[in-house]
Design a protein around this ligand. Sequence first.
Ligand code: ATP
Ligand code: MG
Ligand code: FE
Length: 344
Amino acid sequence: TTVLGIESTCDETAAAIVRGRTLVSNVVASSMEQHARYGGVIPEIASRAHAEAFVPVVSKALEDADMTLDDIDAIAVSAGPGLAGCLAVGVSGAKALAAASGKPLYGINHVIGHIAVTQLQFGDFPDDVLALIVSGGHTSLLHVQDVARHVDVVGTTLDDAAGECFDKIARLLGFPYPGGPHIDRHAQHGDPHAIHVPQGLTQGKSAAKHPYDFSFSGVKTAVARWVEEQQGLGREIPIDDVCASLADSVASVLARKAIAGCRQYGSDTLIVGGGFSANSQLRSRLVEEGERNGISIRIPRIALCTDNGAMVAMLGVNLVDAGICPSAPDFGIDSAMPMDRIVM
Ligand code: ATP
Ligand code: MG
Ligand code: FE
C-alpha cells in the first residue's frame, strides 16, 4: 500500500510518500523563521506560506519518489487539530488532488499521526500499547488499541502543553520562537537542581484525582516569578541552571506518569511522539526509567518527531490496510479535533 501524506496544521508544509512501512520520500518546508520575531506562530502568515508551498512541496515528494499520482493508492491529509486557516489550505489542496486523480482521500488526526510514524522506525505496534504525545499543542497519554480504529485518552494536560511551557519560558529568557530547542541546549550545561521547579499534579489529592494528567502552568509561573525576582535584585540570571531545572522537572513528570500508565495498563512498550519528544532531557529520562521498569521505549529520530508528512502517510497506510472508508467528499476541518477521533 502506497500513500501520499500531506501536513499543514501549523508552520510546516510537508508531503511524504510511504509504501508499506518504508519512507520513500519526505519533504518539509517551514515558515518558522517568518514567525521568530513575533514570538509565536502568526496564523495569517502561516496560511499564506502553505498556499505558496503546497504545490512545490507535493511535487517534490512525488519527484523524489519517482512517482506520479497514478502510482499511489490513497492520499491522506491532516484535517485537525491545528490552525483553521492552515488546515483549510492543506485540505483544499488535497481534495483537489484527489478529485483530479480519482484517488481516495482520508482527512486524518495529526496527533494520531505522531503515534503512527513510529512504525517507520520500529515496525508495528504491540497490542494495547500506550503512547505519550508531547508537542507545542498537546501533552497526552493515549491507549492505542488499534491505531486505525480505536484510541482512548488516558491522561492529558489540564492547562499548557509541555512545548508551550518551554516556548513561553524561552521567550522570557530572550530566545526566539520556538524556544524549546534553545532550552534543551542550555539545559545540557546547567545544574538541574539549582532552582526549585514545582512538578504539577504529582502530590496530594490533586495527584490522586489526576494520576495520568499533567499541568505545566504552575511550572511556567514559578520559573517566571523566580526570574523576575532575580532581575529585581539586579542579579544575573543563570540561564543554564534555569533551563536545566525546568527541563528536569518537565521530563521527570512526563516520564514518571507515562511509565506508571504502562504498568497500570500492562503495556511493555511506550510509544513516544510529537515535537517535544525531540527534547534530549525527556529522551534520556524515558530511556532510563524504561530500563528500570522493563518497558521498551520507542522514540523516533528527531526528523520524525517534529511535524512532517510521513506521519500522515503512515497513518493513511494503516487506514487503507484496515479497510477504513475514505472521508466523504464534503468533509471539513476540525481545529479542535478530539484525540479519540482518528479520521473525518
Ligand atoms: P501539535 O502537534 O500539538 O499540533 P505543534 O505543531 O506545535 O503542535 P510540533 O511541531 O510537533 O508541534 O512540536 C513543536 C514544539 O516542540 C515546540 O513547542 C518546540 O519548542 C518543541 N520542541 C522541539 N524541539 C525541542 C527540544 N529539543 N526541546 C524542547 N522542545 C522542543
Ligand atoms: Mg512546527
Ligand atoms: Fe505536531
